[in-house]
Write a protein that binds this ligand. Structure first.
Ligand code: PMP
Length: 430
């Protein structure tokens, strides 16, 4: 069966004017114009199901009605938009609700820092304060970790292509094998512990260990709760701070608000961004245990730490976490995604796919180079937006908004199943 493909608008202006660094528009070669929840429309009126969700910044969907209403009200009454880190009613409201809805019910005590609007701002500030508090310089990070593109974050990011872009030596980071790096049967936390305690290992005591509980960009690698707890325990024993980068996995992506909810973990520092801004608006938080909050006033700053539209949207988004309805919805949709992927793989064993991920970030890892990219290309031509992840782009990743409707989720999975059923084992274009 020949699959219908979409007519795409011209990319001329972008090709001519936008820097060579552009990337997503090379995979999704159209000009988007409108969006609602899990759907996007391009200039030509083509409709797309969004299984990418702004790389995790749109957990509550595009142009969420409830959030949009709050934003419109705020704009129409001339609420303060920009405020550096001055006190505003919008920020006051957000902090109050964040405490009531997120921190208190979890018996968590964190000071909230606004480090600048992006994930990498949250990570940079976490590294800075960890180094300041401990007086140590090195940080333990993990194989296939992704923490952002500014130099401090890049130094703890595994991807060699991204690291090369730095143009300078990236230092003060020690890479250790993530959970499962050597396959099952090897507990890498024991390896780390041995190195830390061995005066001959060449590894000095670090300021912090920074980790993602599920590595999003690194290939959907899920750390076990046991491993996470072992890492936390080895940190505690040695006065090493534990930083959880929940920029992509936080705000419900793995099934709970924090990806570590229920694991017993209590990180010293938590980085949040992407969906914390509710509406895809830039916002980030660095959560600090009160005794870690040893900043001097203004020691870390930034012009866009007071994005009040972000605070307004984020406050409304917190309403999703007032009860467990969204958790249940995520659990149900996650099961559906898992079963669908299992069925797809069962009918194409020769593709040698392996399911990765957790909650509403799952995907298929392929052994053959280029397979995941080919799959994403083909589903896009059928109106489904999906991205790859992993060091060799070997994982085709499904990451729809958590609020995706049943019909859209079914349609997206159907497109994926159809394309999977016809995916050639060898690249026909070669
Ligand atoms: N940490 C993680 C885990 C991420 O996935 C990302 C973005 N993909 C970042 C940090 C960086 O966030 P930003 O792109 O907003 O700087």
């Amino acid at each position: 069966m020949k699959m219908p493909t979409l007519e795409m608008p011209s990319m001329k202006v972008f090709d001519e004017m936008e820097s060579e660094v552009r990337s997503y528009c090379r995979s999704f070669t159209t000009v988007f114009e409108k969006a609602k929840n899990a759907k996007l429309w391009d200039k030509n009126g083509n409709e797309y199901i969004d299984f990418f969700a702004g790389a995790g910044a749109l957990n509550y969907g595009h142009n969420n009605d409830r959030i949009r209403e709050k934003l419109l009200d705020y704009l129409l009454k001339d609420g303060v938009t920009h405020s550096l880190d001055m006190a505003t009613s919008a920020k006051e409201h957000f902090l109050t609700r964040f405490n009531e809805v997120i921190l208190k019910p979890r018996k968590l005590s964190y000071k909230v820092m606004f480090p600048g609007p992006t994930g990498t701002n949250a990570v940079e500030s976490a590294l800075k304060i960890a180094r300041k508090v401990t007086g140590r310089t090195s940080v333990i990070c993990f194989t296939n970790a992704f923490h952002g593109m500014s130099l401090g974050s890049l130094a703890i990011t595994g991807n060699s292509f991204k690291r090369k872009g730095a143009g300078v030596e990236l230092g003060n980071a020690v890479f250790m094998p993530y959970d499962g790096y050597f396959g099952e049967g090897m507990d890498t936390s024991r390896y780390i512990e041995k190195l830390l305690d061995d005066p001959g290992s060449g590894i000095s005591l670090p300021a912090a260990v920074i980790l993602e509980t599920v590595q999003g960009e690194g290939g959907l690698n899920v750390a076990s709760q046991k491993w996470l707890r072992s890492i936390e325990a080895l940190c505690r024993k040695r006065g090493i701070l534990l930083i959880v980068d929940d920029v992509q996995m936080g705000c419900g992506r793995t099934g709970t608000f924090f990806s570590f909810d229920g694991s017993g973990l209590e990180p010293d520092i938590v980085c949040l961004s992407k969906s914390i801004g509710g509406y895809g608006l830039p916002m980030a938080l660095t959560l600090l245990k009160p005794d870690i909050d040893q900043w001097s006033p203004g020691e870390h700053n930034g012009t866009f730490r007071g994005n009040n539209l972000g605070f307004v949207a984020a406050t409304e988004a917190l309403r999703y976490w007032e009860d467990d309805r969204l958790n249940q919805e995520i659990a149900m949709k996650s099961r559906l995604i898992r079963t669908s992927l299992e069925n797809m793989l069962a009918s194409r064993p020769e593709l040698q796919g392996e399911i990765r991920g957790k909650g509403m970030i799952q995907g298929i890892a392929f052994r053959q180079d280029g397979m995941a990219e080919r799959l994403c290309e083909r589903v896009f031509a059928r109106g489904l937006i999906m991205e790859t992840s992993g060091p060799r782009s070997e994982v085709a990743k499904l990451m729809p908004p958590l609020t995706i409707g049943g019909e859209e989720l079914d349609k997206g999975l159907r497109i994926l199943a159809e394309v999977m059923s016809q995916l050639p084992v060898v690249d026909e274009n070669k």
